[in-house]
Ligand binder design. Structure first.
Ligand SMILES: [Zn+2]
Length: 127
């Protein structure tokens, strides 16, 4: 990871403060870094129709892709709970569409899981 990890963690925490999670109360924030160094934040956005819920990763990715970005180097995720917010299966698949980026995920205590997407999600579907 080229950027200062603590700076990215702080940005992910700021994004987490905007999480809309009245159902799970599990707030997640992230910062997605492009290969050129631009940053896009995201937070989870829950919905009364649970299946319509958006994870923080896909929010950040949607912001970035809609701005023309296609290549990503890193995503840093934080949560407000004891669970480490590793990307769910849907987000791993969606992220894999673009880049084998480096993932860092931390819980509220600072427990961490990190590694390349291809290690966390081998054999992603692609056409
Ligand atoms: Zn997800």
């Amino acid at each position: 990871m080229e950027k200062d990890p603590q700076t990215l963690i702080d940005k992910a925490k700021s994004a987490m403060d905007n999480a809309y999670c009245p159902y799970s109360r599990f707030a997640v924030g992230c910062v997605l870094v492009t290969e050129s160094g631009k940053e896009y934040t995201g937070c989870n956005i829950e919905n009364a129709s649970y299946g319509a819920t958006l994870c923080a990763e896909r929010v950040a990715l949607g912001k970035a892709v809609s701005e023309g970005e296609r290549k990503f180097s890193t995503i840093v995720l934080v949560s407000n709970g004891a669970s480490i917010p590793v990307p769910c299966g849907i987000c791993r698949q969606v992220l894999s569409e673009f880049s084998d980026l480096y993932i860092v995920a931390l819980n509220v205590k600072g427990d961490k899981i990190e590694g390349n997407l291809s290690d966390l999600f081998p054999l992603a579907f692609n056409l």
